[in-house]
Design a protein around this ligand. Structure first.
Ligand code: GDD
Ligand code: MN
Length: 873
């Protein structure tokens, strides 16, 4: 007989005062084991019951010889007792379940089967997968349980990480050591396992106990939350928090003292301010390392100067966010500065504490689990980048393009000359709901970014794993092109969301063979075409993939792809309709303009643009992900022996086909900076995967080489964005805003200046003036946005009145309607107003005059104006 397999599984049941529950439970278990012929031993791991649980077990053991009592001293809690049980167990596979009947023994066979088949490393009974339920719970308890589950989302991939009903290999349970405590032993297993630990969930209906009482209370719930933070790598506790605050307050006092002393010594504001900041961070760092975080500070092998340098960067990041939050609250939300400072302090403290507890003095555990560390790092970058943008978007004046697209939304239509209508519709929706403001104009950009990020997350998760998914989104948060697309509202925002959505659904349709996903492809293509025509480049790429991939060719004979194309076309039909009634104006505009002009070799410009869009590190990473040979491929083959060819093809086709069009174009024409932006979306998942995974045994060397450039790039970019925003909003001490900096900070002031000017000229007895910006659309659009209707709206037109090109302005304000009017022409350049051709359009011309634009009573720029009398067309 095979003695090893004699006892196939060991069922471990922790008990604390469960006397009443033991007999019925054992009876149910025995029945199910019998009927499925599962040989098992049952270990009751008792934690010192005082209600006679032990004697009930002994009694039961007479009927069921496979039952044993494992008695502990009761000092190590639930997890400790489960561990005792596991040590005493003899089978390779252990199954843990509650004694109170909440966990239905009937699912035991489905919990152990995947382990025997080696299809999983852990199987849990789950309340939150389809088929699972908690029918006895009031809504409040359901909500609390869901909230606790949500907190674990970044760390684990399962739906029910709090489940206490699971099967696992005994060896792996014992490997945990005795660190796991309380009710979280399952969670520990899942988190420590990392991305390669295969977990399956089996639905269970969780019934509340009828006898005895629950031992899960506030204490256990709090311990769970703390455990999550510790598992995330943070040195977090009340003690650490309190000490950190003390150090922070002392640092504040030191900062103020040093500043004042240096000021008295005559050092000037700038020097004093910088030196006192350095002094305070140095003292804070020292006290944190020696006192607040002394327990984990010792674990690092890094030199303390290097660590201080990192701490300093965290402080600067906190400072930048603080400035942005204060400006947003004062200028945007109209808070009094006395109140806004607290918002600023709260934001800075949060950044500082998270940075310190998670990255400067992390737990020893975090140093080992790199997957979790990458996820947490990714999450923090994402949060910081989003917070910066939220604070920034309502305070900084619109850029001219945004003002122009806002003007679109004031002239709602099915199409426009230079772009499809989505950007206009979104701005219209947002400003109708929230009123006209910079924030309302830009909000759709952030929402589109979020949509793109969600698609990217799932795409990367489906192609690779959850850690890569976090990092793919982190890349979207920091890489210049994606940061920009989510900050500034242009047609690119909805384009990128649609592009990412399209890739997501294509992966579902082509790799996961889900036919319904084709509807998603059609939807995203259609919405994308309503945003910017560039997305049409995905069409040939889809066709190419269907032809090249032998597992996908069958789709060519199926209706779904064609239906998706028709669906996309239907969504796009408003634009076709608009074009049909406007002489095909926008098709002609995009078609001819892009491919005409003097042929000029510009491939180097294109490559330069990619270096800017992705940063050099991102560029190299994208290349190495795309290169056909090399270690990416080796890694891929290792991780996906059966799929790697297809993942490769997917990435290549959806990158290179759109890219090749831009490359071809650049051989003879000038590419625009942002053009290739969406193309790289198909490579991001693989880039994220490479950077967050290190071949085993090379963590020290390869791992370091992977981490260093990315960490510096990510942190460097965030500092750059924060710094630029800080500079625009507040200026740096000593480094006053550049003398002539109209953009992007003074459009509002300029608008008001023009309003005043027009007012004075009109009250001097002139007729009502028509205002015309003498550039493509910048001035007209900005003046129009910053016009204050409560003072009576201004009439605005563009330079088409005197023969220039002003895009849609010439449609909104046809020259005919200006006949006979007096026109106030505006320009930043004198020469524009001096042109001889201007005179031919008027009966008479006034003198060219210069006007300053003041911001905070300082002159920041000038513009010129000239009045043309009685426009003759
Ligand atoms: N040996 C030992 N020592 N057993 C204990 C101890 C202890 O300190 N504390 C509790 N138990 C046993 C109980 O006797 C019961 O069999 C099982 O552990 C679960 O305890 P309950 O008190 O019934 O907890 P619960 O039903 O509130 O919590 C259940 O659901 C949670 C999710 O909502 C458990 O399955 C948890 O693991 C799970 O997280
Ligand atoms: Mn229970």
């Amino acid at each position: 007989m095979n003695t090893k397999n004699e006892k196939n599984i060991s069922i471990i049941i922790p008990t604390l005062n469960e006397a009443e529950n033991i007999p019925p439970l054992l009876h149910r278990i025995a029945q199910i084991l019998d009927s499925h012929c599962i040989p098992a031993e049952i270990l009751i791991a008792d934690g010192g019951s005082t209600d006679g649980t032990q004697s009930r077990v002994h009694e039961a053991a007479r009927h069921y010889p496979q039952v044993r009592l494992i008695q502990s001293d009761g000092k190590h809690g639930l997890a400790g007792d489960v561990r005792y049980g596991a040590e005493a167990a003899t089978a390779d596979i252990v199954l843990i379940m509650d004694a109170d009947g909440s966990h239905p023994p009937e699912v035991i066979p489905s919990l152990i089967q995947p382990l025997f088949q080696n299809a999983a490393d852990m199987v849990l009974g789950s309340r939150y997968v389809p088929g699972g339920d908690t029918p006895d719970w009031p809504w409040a308890r359901r909500l609390a349980s869901r909230a606790a589950t949500l907190c674990a989302w970044p760390l684990v991939s399962v739906r029910d990480p709090m489940s206490g009903f699971f099967a696992v290999r005994r060896k792996q349970l014992l490997e945990l050591g005795s660190t796991a405590s309380g009710f979280k032993i399952g969670l520990e297993l899942m988190v420590r396992g990392g991305d390669s630990f295969r977990i399956q969930e089996v639905p269970i209906v969780f019934r509340d106990r009828e006898l005895g009482y629950s031992k899960l209370g506030i204490k256990e719930t709090l311990a769970y939350c703390k455990q999550l933070l510790v598992l995330s790598g943070g040195t977090v506790s009340t003690k650490h928090g309190l000490r950190f605050s003390c150090v922070g307050l002392a640092g504040l006092a030191l900062d103020a003292a040093v500043f004042n002393v240096l000021l008295l010594l005559g050092l000037g504001v700038t020097g004093s301010h910088i030196l006192s900041f350095a002094a305070a961070t140095l003292s804070n760092y020292t006290f944190n390392a020696r006192w607040s975080f002394a327990d984990t500070a010792g674990l690092s092998q890094e030199s303390s100067w290097l660590r201080y340098a990192r701490y300093f960067l965290v402080c600067i990041m906190a400072l930048f966010l603080r400035g942005a939050v204060i400006s947003a609250l004062v200028q945007g939300a109209q808070w009094p500065p006395q109140a806004a400072i607290f918002g600023g302090i709260a934001a800075a403290t949060l950044v500082n504490f998270v940075g310190t507890a998670f990255f400067i003095f992390p737990t020893s555990y975090a140093r080992k689990n790199t997957a979790i560390r990458w996820r947490v790092f990714g999450l923090c970058i994402i949060a910081y980048a989003v917070a910066l943008r939220l604070a920034f978007s309502g305070v900084v004046d619109l850029i001219p393009e945004e003002a122009y697209y806002w003007q679109y939304s004031q002239n709602l239509a099915l199409g426009y000359l230079d772009h499809p209508p989505m950007v206009s519709w979104l701005i219209w929706l947002s400003t109708s709901l929230l009123g006209k403001s910079e924030f309302a104009v830009r909000l759709p950009a952030l929402l589109c970014w979020s949509g793109a990020a969600i698609f990217m997350f799932h795409l990367a998760k489906n192609l690779f794993d959850k850690t890569s998914a976090f990092f793919a989104v982190a890349l979207m948060a920091v890489l210049p092109i994606y940061f920009g697309m989510g900050t500034i509202m242009t047609p690119d925002a909805p384009l990128y969301a649609s592009w990412a959505g399209c890739l997501y659904f294509l992966e579902r349709a082509l790799m996961a063979q889900k036919e319904k996903a084709w509807w998603g492809v059609g939807l995203c293509l259609g919405l994308g075409m309503l945003s910017k025509y560039t997305i049409a480049l995905l069409g040939p790429a889809i066709l190419a993939f269907l032809l090249l991939d032998k597992n996908s060719r069958h789709w060519l004979t199926r209706p779904e792809p064609y239906l998706a194309a028709v669906f996309a076309l239907v969504l796009f039909s408003p634009v076709i309709l608009w074009n049909a009634t406007h002489d095909w104006a926008s098709f002609a505009f995009q078609g001819t303009r892009r491919w005409s002009g003097d042929p000029e070799f510009s491939l180097h410009v294109l490559i330069g643009s990619v270096l800017v869009l992705l940063t050099p590190v991102g560029f190299v990473a994208a290349l190495s992900a795309l290169l056909p040979k090399g270690w990416t491929k080796t890694l891929l083959a290792f991780r996906h022996p059966d799929q790697n060819q297809r993942i490769y093809l997917f990435m290549h086709v959806y990158t290179f086909i759109p890219l090749s069009v831009f490359i071809l174009h650049s051989l003879q024409g000038d590419p625009k900076l942002n053009w290739t932006g969406p193309v790289w979306l198909a490579v991001l998942p693989c880039m994220a995967w490479i950077m967050s995974h290190t071949p085993q045994g090379t963590e020290k060397t390869v791992g370091f080489l992977q981490r260093l450039p990315w960490r510096s790039t990510a942190v460097g970019l965030l500092l750059l964005y924060g710094g630029v925003m800080y500079y625009i909003l507040l200026g740096f001490p000593g480094l006053a805003p550049v003398k002539e900096m109209p953009l992007p900070a003074a459009w509002e002031e300029m608008g008001q200046r023009v309003e005043q000017l027009a007012g004075t000229i009109q009250t001097q007895g002139q007729d009502r003036l028509l205002i015309a910006g003498m550039d493509k659309y910048f001035i007209s659009s900005q003046i129009s946005f910053y016009d204050r209707p409560e003072n009576g709206s201004m009439d605005i037109s563009g330079q088409h009145l005197v023969g220039g090109n002003s895009l849609m302005w010439s449609k909104w304000q046809p020259a005919k309607s200006a006949w006979g009017k007096n026109i106030l022409m505006l320009s930043f350049e004198r020469e524009e107003l001096e042109k001889a051709s201007i005179a031919t359009h008027f009966a008479a011309l006034g003198k060219i005059q210069k006007q300053p634009v003041l911001k905070k009573s300082k002159t920041v720029t000038h513009f010129y104006y000239r009045i043309g009398y009685q426009y003759t067309g």
